[in-house]
Structures are given as C-alpha cells and as structure tokens.
Design a protein around this ligand. Structure first.
Ligand code: FES
Length: 251
C-alpha cells in the first residue's frame, strides 16, 4: 500500500501539515484517535494524532513540529513522496456526547487534534469554547479552521504577541467564574494538562486529558506508554489516549 503525500504546508515556525492519501485509515477515523507512521525504511515508528480527515477523498491530515529525528525527516518530504507505512486509526476516540457547555484547551502543537474534537462536540449540539495557547504568535496555526469548529475561540500567548498575554488556564478561570462548564478536555504539554485538571477538580467539572507518552508499537504489546489512572496501570495507546484527568497520576 502506498501512502502518498498529497500536499505539504509549513503552517508556522517549524510546524508542518501533511495531507496523505490513506483511505483505509480515514474510513473509520474519529476525533481523538491517532496513527503510527514510519518516514523511512528501518526508521522508528512515531505516533501522531489525526488532525483532520476528508472521508470522500480518503485523505488524512497530520500536523507536527520538526523537533525529533523522525519529524525532521518527515519535514523534508514533499508532495508526491511516500511514507513507508502508516497504521491506524489507533486508540479510543474521544467520547462525544451532548454535555452542554464544553471547553477544549489546546496547548502548543497539541492543538491539532482539538480541531476534530471541538467540531464533533459542536455537531453533537454542545456550546463549545476553545482556548488555544502557545509561546508566541508564530506558533499559532489554523486560526480560521479552529474558529469554524467552535462557538468561541480564545487565544493566549506567553508573550502577548497574539490574543491574551498569559496561559490558557487564565481564560479557563474567567470562563469558570462566569458560567457553568459541563465538560473540559485538555490536549497539550503535561504541565498544562495537570494545571487544568487541578483547576476543574475544585469546581467538579468532568475533565479529560489526552495523554501523549512515548509509544512504540501502539497496540498494547510493549508497555512503553503505560501510565497510572485511578491507581491502575493503563496503556495510553489502547486504553486512551483520553483519560479522566482527575484520576491521572501526573507525577
Ligand atoms: Fe506499546 Fe502502548 S505503545 S503498549
């Protein structure tokens, strides 16, 4: 099977979007799931969340930051090149229901999966707020797309170069003080997800965190992605990646 690259875009500093021909993956793909791919023969397998799908065309979109060995190789691929292999969709989809008011918190390049998650919650009839945060304006991508997937988009940057200066948690605090939130989901760096979990726990808001530990096989065999949730060992690749954030042992 070939996994041809249909298009490649540099979204912002060092972050890329690849659209890949992968009809068998997108056919059953749902918000919150991921794929595992190899960019070169004998290369490592890396997990990347499903950022968007076009089911009619059979196209899968992934977004990544070129920071590690494999993502740097991925960033050199161009339209027409092919990936060595691509497995998915993997993991459990985000549980989409009508909760009422939903807040999606997206941090850094972890923002990519929030597009499909937020869109699915909106389609399920929720009032959806998305809070997207990054270090600076050069790291914010898909603004229009994110806006279309929610009822209100908030942007924060650490240096104030775009949106509100500060962190996503400050906006969350304001929303929590003004209205009732029924469900929250955090996707991003571990300290951000932990901070969100601590805040929503006090207010008794059910919260999920999308965990992204190191993965090897992605099928529950190797144990590389284990974490502790509610005192039990879980594997992020098959039991997650979403877990009840108030039960996760972030330490
Ligand atoms: Fe191997 Fe999850 S990646 S068990």
């Amino acid at each position: 099977m070939s996994y041809k690259i249909i298009s490649k875009k540099e979204l912002c500093t060092n972050q890329y979007e690849l659209v890949i021909d992968a009809p068998h993956v997108v056919r059953n793909a749902k918000a919150g799931q991921f794929v595992i791919l190899r960019a070169e023969e004998n290369g490592e397998r890396i997990p990347l969340t499903i950022a968007d799908v076009n089911k009619e065309k059979g196209e899968l979109t992934i977004v990544f930051m070129a920071v590690g060995y494999t993502t740097k190789i991925l960033a050199t691929l161009e339209k027409g090149d092919e990936l060595v292999d691509l497995a998915g969709p993997l993991g459990k989809p985000t549980l989409i229901k009508k909760y009422g008011t939903v807040v999606c918190l997206a941090g850094g390049y972890g923002a990519a999966p929030c597009y499909l998650i937020s869109k699915a919650f909106k389609e399920a009839g929720n009032n959806v707020y998305m809070i997207m945060g990054a270090r600076n304006k050069d790291l914010i991508f898909w603004q229009d797309k994110m806006k279309s997937a929610c009822d209100k988009l908030f942007i924060t940057t650490d240096d104030g170069s775009l949106g509100e200066k500060g962190f996503v948690t400050q906006v969350l605090e304001k929303i929590m003080n003004n209205e009732k939130i029924d469900y929250a989901i955090a996707v991003g760096p571990m300290p951000m997800m932990r901070a969100v979990a601590n805040m929503t726990k006090d207010k008794d808001i059910y919260t999920e965190a999308s965990m992204n530990p190191i993965m090897v096989d992605g099928t529950g065999m190797c144990g590389a992605c284990r974490l502790t949730v509610g005192g039990e060992t879980k594997f992020a690749c098959v039991d997650g990646p979403d877990f009840d954030a108030h039960q996760i042992d972030f330490d």
